[in-house]
Design a protein around this ligand. Sequence first.
Ligand code: G6P
Ligand code: ZN
Length: 560
Amino acid sequence: MSIQEIATKPFEGQKPGTSGLRKRVKIFQQEHYTENFVQAIFDAVPLKGATLVIGGDGRYYSPEAVQIILKIAAANGVSKLIIGQNGILSTPAASNVIRKYKANGGILLTASHNPGGPDNDFGIKYNIENGGPAPEGITEKIFQNTKTISSYKVLDAPKVDLSRIGETTYGPLKVDIINSVKDYVEMLKGIFDFPLIRSFLKSRSSDFKVLFDGMHGVTGPYGRAILIEELGLPSSYVQNDTPLPDFGGGHPDPNLTYAHDLVEAVEKNDIAFGAASDGDGDRNMIYGKGAFVTPSDSVAIIADWADVIPYFKGGIKGLARSMPTSKAIDLVAKAKGVEYFEVPTGWKFFGNLMDAGRLSICGEESFGTGSDHIREKDGVWAVVAWLNILAAANKDSNKLIGIREIQKEHYLKYGRSFFSRYDYEEVPSEGAQQMVKHIDSLIAASDFAGKSYTSNSGIEFKIAAAYDFNYTDPIDGSVSKKQGQVITFSDGSRVVWRLSGTGSQGATVRMYVERYVTKDAGEAELARPTAEGLQALIEVALQISNLKQFLGREKPTVIT
Ligand code: G6P
Ligand code: ZN
C-alpha cells in the first residue's frame, strides 16, 4: 500500500455554509471534487494522529464519499476513524459519538432535510471536538484551501467493507466500524425516565396511540430501537422507517407540508402522539390529533417541564432561542429565574453558551430543539422529551392528558405567542434585495416609530421600534451583524424578515410573525387557530414590507 500524491486544480464555490458544503450529487461526482474538499479539511485542521468520527444520513453517494475519506485520512496521518456501520450516523448520534469517545472531530455526510438521490443534494460538514459544527474561523480556512489546492494525498488500498462491525486496519489507519444506533440509545436512556414512559405507554395502550415517521431518512432505525424495542410499542407505530438513499423521492423535512404522510395518518387513525424527524435526524415535528405544536411552543413547554426529566434534575442553567423564534421560552426562563439568550439563526450559536455552562435547553422555529447533552439539535431527543412529559403529566390522572391539554395549560399559565413563518422560496434575488433595502430605509427613518398601519379588518398596529438584529457572543465577544430585520409594535407583536442562508437557487425570503396574547385573554381567545390569530398582523406586515410587489408573489411557498 503506497501513498500517492494526485495533481488537481481548484473548483469554484467550495465555500461551506454553517451546515457544511451542500451541492448537487453530480457536482460532488466530478473527478477530484470531493477529494479536493476533503484534503482542504485536513490542511485546515491539524489532524495528524487524530481520531475522527465518520457518519451521515446514508443519502446517495455516501458510500463512495466514505471510501474517499478513508484514502485521504490514511495518507494524511490520521490515526483512527470511527465509522457508523454502512457510513450511517444521524447528526445527533455523530455529535454524541465525537464527545463520548473524545474524538478530535468528525466528518458528517449529509445535506440535512434536502432531497437526496442522483439528481439531488449531497453534503459534507466538519464538526469539531465538542461535537458541534465547525465555527466560521475553520470553515473559512477550509474554503481558502480549496482555492489554492494543487494536489491531494491518497493511500492506494482496496475498499473497506463498511458493513462489518469491529476493528480493522487500513494501511497505517485504525478503523472501528460501530453500530449506528447503540451509543445513541444508551445516551437517551441516561437522559430520560424510560421506566416511567414505558409504564405510561403500556397503561394507555388503548387511548394513546403513537406514530413516528422516519421520512425514509436516517432516524427510522433509531425510532424503532427506542420506541419499539426499549419502550415496548407495537412495530406498526413506526412508519417510513427504512432509510433510503433518495428518501423515497420525498422531501425529508418534518413540517406540515412535507410530513403529510404523518399528518394524514394521525388524523385518520386518531393518533394521540405523532412525530417526525428529518433526513439526518436533527429536526423534529410534534403533531397529535388536531394538535400541532409549533417548534417555538415545543421548546418552551419542554423547558417548563424540565424537572420531570432526570437529566435536568439538578436544575437548568439557562435557556435560549434563535431571534426569529417566538418569545414563549423567555417567559419560562423568567418564571424559573434563569438567564436566557436570543442568538442569531443557526445552531452553532448555542454551542459557546453550552460549553460555558450557561445553557441547558434551546430551540429554533425551524423545527430544531435540543439541549447541552450534545452540540447539535436532536429530533429523537425532542420526541422522547415529549413522551417523558406526557408520562409525568398522566402519572396521577385518570383522564388522558394529551398534547392539547399540555398546550392549553401552558397558555393559561404564560399566555400564548401566536407564531407563523411565511417562506417565499426561490424568488429573484434583485427583488429580495430591493425589499431588504426598503425595510432598511424604514429602519433608518426617524419618524417611523409611532406610525400606524391598519389591517383589512380595521385593526390598528402602531410601530414601536425597528432595527437590524446584531449579536455579540457573550462568551468570545465575536460579532454577527445584520441577522434579520425586526419591527415591533406597541401591543408587543413582532415581525421579522430574513433571507435564508440554506437555499440553493435564487433567494428565499422568510417572514416571521408573532403576536402575544396574555393569559387573561380567556380560553377561547387563547385557543384560536394560529392563522386566525395572526391574520391582521400578517396583512400589516405585507403592507409595510411591500413584499408582494418586490417579490412578485401573491402567496408564500410554505407556511409553517
Ligand atoms: C439549518 C441550521 C439551523 C437553522 C436553519 C436556518 O437547519 O442547522 O440551525 O435554523 O438552517 O435555515 P435558513 O434557511 O432559515 O437560513
Ligand atoms: Zn437536519
